[in-house]
Design a protein around this ligand. Structure first.
Ligand code: NAP
Length: 322
């Protein structure tokens, strides 16, 4: 068992991320008690059945009251109203965090509601699958993945370090990053790729005159198949990500359009060297990702926990970390 870092952890939202935090925090023994809540009764009942929290309560306020660490694990568009709702119930000295995939808007929407006596340390675990809901989570989700903390200027260093230690105990590598930098980096590495996947899969669906749906499904080669995995991600979550990281995503879409046009021109004019040089450069990026352990070279379509490259959480976790 690891060192207890917080007495009571409150999880507001228990989908893929919230339920994975619950499972990993319990497995690692970094909290004494887990209190959870979700928006719908159906999810709350399922969380109780799964037994991944010590208590399941009906309201966000009940969950937040008396908690030492509150993690809001809901779509980014819903974070502001939830912060407003829980603010009067937060315990002095507690830490409030989130897991949203966009940070500037979350800081803007949640920050003003958090009382001065409470620490606010936004976070983004860069780990996930295309699945949603409390059944889809698993304790190893964060193992060897990055968790980016974006504490606003002037944040309490001890509170930031404690949350970093919590995420390390869950198996993540922690990086502290500037809020705006986070949003542009993630727009490039996550948001734009998702938008492209949604576009390609939607396009195949619209193209029925040329290629029938059954042909698309039957002959889905690796490239398209991988796009369909990404494009199966939760529509609400991704709607909110694009609407809340608008500027960074729009900037990258315009660059993407230019680059795509350049490749189209090279294909039209038979510029073989241009294409070959470009694809050689991109191949090196893939090798770099595999070498840093951020993916496996094995085919990973339809990733499920049992098929993920086995990266155990260090146990017992050494609190003085890396
Ligand atoms: P999820 O599996 O769909 O779970 C979402 C949870 O939020 C559910 O408990 C849901 O409750 C609750 N919820 C939804 N809308 C809400 C609202 N308007 N008000 C209050 N609660 C609401 O989602 P997830 O994948 O865990 O994602 C949660 C957060 O993690 C998002 O901000 C996302 O950007 C971030 N994130 C996701 C990934 C990923 O790959 N999935 C990776 C990193 C970060 P009900 O079930 O009762 O509706």
């Amino acid at each position: 068992m690891s060192e207890v870092l917080y007495d009571r952890l409150a999880l507001i939202g228990v989908g893929l991320i919230g339920s994975s935090i619950a499972r990993a925090a319990r497995q690692q023994g970094v909290v004494r008690e887990i209190v959870a809540t979700a928006r719908s009764e159906k999810t709350r009942e399922r969380v109780a059945e799964l037994g991944i929290a010590d208590r399941v309560v009906a309201t966000n306020a009940e969950a937040a009251a008396g908690a030492d660490l509150v993690i809001v694990c809901i779509p980014v568009g819903a974070c502001g109203p939830v912060a407003q709702e829980i603010a009067p119930y937060l315990k002095a000295g507690a830490t409030v965090s989130d897991v949203g995939s966009v940070k500037a808007s979350v800081v803007k929407d949640m920050g003003p509601h958090i009382p001065d006596s409470v620490h606010f340390v936004p976070a983004h675990p860069v780990a996930g699958t295309e699945h949603s809901g409390p059944d889809s989570g698993f304790a190893e989700l964060f193992a060897n993945r990055w968790c980016i903390l974006t504490p606003p200027k002037g944040s309490d260093e001890e509170a930031v370090e404690r949350l970093a230690t919590f995420w390390r105990a869950l198996g993540a590598n922690v990086e502290v990053m500037d809020i705006e930098r986070h949003d542009i980096v993630l727009a490039m590495t996550s948001h734009l790729p998702h938008l492209i996947a949604y576009t390609v899969v939607g396009m195949a669906d619209d193209l029925e005159k040329l290629v029938t749906s059954s042909e698309v499904i039957k002959f889905s080669a690796g490239g398209f198949r991988d796009f369909t995995r990404i494009a199966a991600s939760d529509p609400t979550m991704w709607r909110d990500i694009f609407l809340h990281n608008k500027d960074a995503v729009l900037e990258l879409i315009s660059r993407f359009n230019e680059d795509l046009a350049r490749l189209g021109r090279a294909i039209r004019w038979g510029e073989a060297d241009t294409l070959h040089e470009f694809f050689t450069r991109t191949r090196a990026i893939r090798r770099g990702i595999v070498q840093t352990g951020q993916d496996s070279a094995a085919p990973d379509f339809g990733r499920r926990p049992e098929q993920l490259p086995h990266v155990p959480i260090p146990r017992p976790y050494a609190a003085d970390g890396e």
